[in-house]
Design a protein around this ligand. Structure first.
Ligand SMILES: NC(=O)c1ccc[n+]([C@@H]2O[C@H](COP(=O)([O-])OP(=O)(O)OC[C@H]3O[C@@H](n4cnc5c(N)ncnc54)[C@H](OP(=O)(O)O)[C@@H]3O)[C@@H](O)[C@H]2O)c1
Length: 341
């Protein structure tokens, strides 16, 4: 029997990709919260699973005792930045307390524990960010992620705090994601405003899931080897190799789809503060939070370049049959018409 991997938030955007990818080498157990049992069964099939509120300590403790996982990837969270701003107590309960409690429970049993943190713990003023750069959160979600990172490593020094970049792709449960919305709007040839100064180091959720599983298996081998002595521990950045603004990500998507690049309109994160957005954000948005992921690359994490990742998400049947610019001549970092925002 393969070792048992517990994935919290298995119905989430990232969790669904981890769950799918993990099935090759692990006996997977996934948990969820608001998803109905019926929906979960439709997605999980025969995989063990359980509905749980991770904000409930005794439920969580009982679940760990019941499942007895060989490793845990904690991908459950409240990820809507504006919701967290509006309901900080709920964010505190799940994004901080649930995460630190789960880490401490794993620490008690020396169960390898991976926390999925985010590039958003940084304010965006000093990119690219390395693992030892101090977090500088500018909204409630980021503050609770940063406090969770600290609390987790204080409770369990051998835990992994994996900071992920912006994830692109689609939820395997058909739920909304940033990139799904973007592609749907662009394919409908709707104009889309995108931050030209919000720089990220994105990877697809599938690539991030593989990276997390490599770490969970420790050793970056094909086979799971959690017993390996030099387990990866501590903070680790799993960013992609390119730094690109969200606006330029939109441009690259338009190029691959063969659509008019004018559909992407650059705006600034500062426009939100200046009251220039039709629907202003409640939570402040970070500008450049690109991650320096050298440590992970040295360990064997090897995300492909961004363009092939996007091409995999944009099937040929979606693309207009127009000649695309030669990729060698069309650096996504310097698209034509870029106004440098
Ligand atoms: N998406 C990104 O671009 C991105 C970027 C950087 C880092 N990350 C990190 O990756 C992780 C996952 O993000 P995501 O985008 O996949 O999130 P998501 O799609 O919003 O999924 C959240 C998951 O958490 C579960 N959950 C929520 N409240 C819960 C509770 N009280 N008890 C138990 N489970 C609960 C949800 O279950 P139900 O659906 O059943 O309610 C769902 O499975 C987060 O830690 C996030 O910080 C994501």
């Amino acid at each position: 029997m393969p070792p048992k991997l517990l994935i919290t938030g298995a119905t989430g955007f990232l969790g669904s990709h981890i769950l799918r990818a993990a099935q090759e080498n692990w006996h997977v157990v996934g948990t969820y919260h608001r998803t109905t049992r019926r929906q979960a069964q439709y997605f999980f099939g025969n995989i063990d699973h359980g509905r749980i509120d991770l904000g409930d300590y005794s439920e969580t403790k009982a679940m760990i005792a019941d499942v007895q996982p060989a490793a845990v990837i904690h991908a459950a969270a409240i990820t809507d930045l504006d919701y967290c701003e509006k309901y900080p107590d709920e964010s505190l309960r799940i994004n901080l307390h649930a995460a630190t409690n789960l880490a401490a429970l794993c620490g008690d049993e020396d169960i390898p524990f991976l926390f999925t943190s985010a590039d958003l713990v940084f304010d965006g003023s000093n990119a690219p960010y390395a693992e030892d750069d101090p977090p500088t959160p500018i909204n409630v979600f980021a503050e609770h992620r940063a406090l969770a990172e600290e609390g987790i490593l204080a409770a369990y020094a051998d835990a992994v705090v994996a900071r992920l970049p912006l994830l692109i792709g689609y939820s395997l449960l058909g739920r909304d994601s940033f990139y799904r919305q973007l592609v749907a709007a662009l394919r409908a040839e709707q104009e889309v405003t995108l931050f030209g100064d919000a720089v990220r180091s994105p990877v697809s959720a599938a690539v991030a899931a593989q990276g997390l599983l490599q770490i969970a298996g420790s050793g970056f081998e094909d086979d799971v080897n959690i017993a390996e002595t030099d387990r990866v521990v501590g903070r680790l950045h799993l960013g992609g190799r390119e730094q690109i603004s969200i606006y330029k990500l939109g441009l690259l998507t338009l190029r691959i789809l063969g659509l008019n690049e004018q559909l992407a309109v650059p705006i600034s994160v500062l426009d939100s503060y200046a009251g220039l957005l039709q629907t202003p954000f409640l939570a402040a948005r970070s500008a450049n939070v690109a991650l320096d992921s050298t440590r992970a690359y040295d360990l064997g994490y090897d995300p492909p370049p961004l363009r092939p990742q996007l091409e995999e998400l944009l099937p040929p049947s979606w693309r207009l049959q127009v000649a695309e610019p030669d990729p060698d001549e069309s650096d996504p970092e310097t698209p034509e018409g870029d106004d440098g925002i």
